[in-house]
Design a binder for this molecule. Structure first.
Ligand code: SF4
Length: 331
């Protein structure tokens, strides 16, 4: 739960327009000015899960690292120029399989308010490489669409993408907020990418996220507004009776949305950086995600190849009969 009574703000952001707008929305009882967001984000010794119940907001300014080259664990969708950025750190949601729990010491939500610097630096990159097609995942260590009511990151990036045809942006989300569809229509270099799982897994592993049905309704709204939509059925988790559950899930989705209108589908099994996994595992004594004896693959953990293949097939087989566009697989 977002703790709105107290907000941390970097000294350099005092009196800035972006800060005032957020303060007007949150109306905190207490403001604490700090030198650097890492003083709050990186506090050590606390209990991550306990702190998530009183998640603090930190308003910050990013000075460097306005984008990164994509990691090998992340889908690059065939783009050699695949990048991501961190406009915000940490997430409003609380998925138990999320790598953020191992990546940062605290769940405090950092919002970088100098989005214009991120956009300007990206613009320079595009201008220096006019013949290359860039793919930017902009909702990377967070769920950006869920934060749109606090800061209009998605709208500002869609406006930027509209003017730069060698850029495709991907906004991954579990949100069901549709306000953007009233603002923009038929933008073909913006992909909204919904992570979806069967509803009982949403309840079990993704507390605080919108129910599957709300996401499917949002997907139809974005499709009707001419956005490209991708479905990420990820992470597939090994559960009893998974073949039947995942197969029924595909048939259910097919009843709710016209799969032929979906730009792309990606499917992935649960996998995580092994250090993040180790750090997160100790916070969950009874969660099936953390009880499985995973294999190690280089710097990551994941299901043994046969299990991963069976999980993937439980989705791909029913899907192949219903969907003709590309399916990306990550296991
Ligand atoms: S929505 Fe994504 S980023 Fe947010 S907690 Fe869930 S998995 Fe993590």
């Amino acid at each position: 739960m977002l703790f709105k009574k107290c907000i941390y703000i970097e000294n350099t952001l005092k009196n800035k327009k972006e800060t005032t707008i957020i303060l007007d929305k949150i109306k905190p009882e207490n403001i604490i000015y700090i030198n650097h967001y890492k003083d709050i984000l990186n506090q050590s010794g606390g209990n991550w899960r306990f702190q998530k119940n009183i998640q603090k907001i930190v308003l910050a300014e990013r000075k460097d690292n306005f984008y990164y080259k994509g990691s090998y664990l992340t889908p690059n969708f065939g783009y050699d120029y695949f990048y991501y950025n961190t406009l915000a750190i940490n997430c409003l949601y609380d998925c138990s399989y999320c790598y953020l729990q191992g990546m940062y010491n605290t769940p405090n939500l950092v919002l970088f308010l100098n989005n214009y610097d991120f956009i300007n630096e990206t613009k320079k990159l595009l201008q220096n490489n006019p013949n290359q097609q860039f793919y930017f995942a902009i909702s990377y260590d967070t769920d950006l669409l869920a934060l749109e009511y606090l800061y209009p990151y998605c709208s500002e990036w869609i406006n930027f993408a509209k003017e730069h045809h060698n850029l495709t942006i991907e906004i991954r989300t579990k949100s069901s907020i549709c306000a953007i569809t009233r603002q923009f229509k038929n933008i073909n270099n913006v992909i909204f990418s919904w992570s979806i799982l069967p509803e009982f897994l949403v309840k079990k592993f993704e507390p605080a996220t919108p129910p599957l049905e709300n996401r499917l309704t949002a997907i139809n709204t974005y499709l009707d507004s001419g956005f490209k939509v991708m479905l990420c059925i990820d992470p597939l988790i090994l559960i009893p009776n998974y073949e039947k559950i995942y197969s029924e899930f595909i048939h259910h989705i097919n009843q709710k949305i016209d799969l032929q209108n979906i730009f792309k589908i990606s499917i992935g099994t649960f996998r995580m950086n092994k250090d993040y996994f180790k750090k997160t595992q100790i916070q969950y004594s009874n969660n099936p995600v953390y009880l499985y004896p995973y294999n190690k693959f280089g710097n990551a953990i994941g299901y043994p190849p046969t299990i991963a293949e069976n999980l993937i097939n439980s989705i791909v087989k029913p899907l192949e009969k219903l969907y003709n566009n590309p399916i990306e697989i990550y296991a």
